[in-house]
Design a binder for this molecule. Structure first.
Ligand code: CA2
Length: 145
């Protein structure tokens, strides 16, 4: 079966435990379950990963080549800083949807910049956990094209 990598960056392991006003009360484990169920519905395997380390994320992106047909990535704060992640995404030539729980454009100016956007198929932000499922649908539609 075709497979999607859902990759999460720094601090997202804390979801549902702190700052629920900003990030909601859904935990990352809840989101993993949602993605697995949605994958079954749309006919995709899902590998779900989270790391607080930029280099580990680079390794996971490299390893996606040949294993997954696309990537959904919430790179957290690395979105706004990481040329290394941008280069890794460009190097694997896989469709990637940049994902954010919050509407980053309604927040601080430093969250309006994204290195990932330069190499992404598209961006989904502001729809909370539901955004992960929308991003998976976007990968499916792109692969079907
Ligand atoms: O809205 C998003 O999904 C973000 O990627 C979340 C990042 C933030 O730096 C981006 O600008 C937007 C932060 C993730 C931090 O997650 C926490 C969750 C619970 C408690 C504290 C942090």
């Amino acid at each position: 079966m075709l497979s999607i990598l859902v990759l999460n960056g720094p601090n997202l392991n804390l979801l549902g435990t702190r700052q629920p006003d900003v990030y909601g009360s859904t935990t990352l484990a809840d989101i993993e379950g949602m993605c697995a169920r949605h994958g079954k519905q749309i006919g995709f395997d899902v590998e779900f990963a989270q790391s607080n380390h930029e280099g580990v994320m680079v390794d996971l992106i490299h390893a996606a080549r040949g294993r997954h047909v696309g990537i959904v990535m919430n790179a957290g704060a690395y979105t706004h800083t990481s040329i290394a992640l941008m280069d890794a995404v460009a190097s694997v030539e896989l469709p990637l949807v940049e994902l954010h729980l919050s509407n980053v454009h309604a927040r601080e100016d430093f969250r309006h910049t994204s290195y990932i956007a330069k190499v992404a198929l598209g961006i989904i932000c502001g729809f909370g956990a539901q955004g992960y499922l929308l991003a998976m649908d976007a990968i499916k539609a792109h692969v079907a094209d």
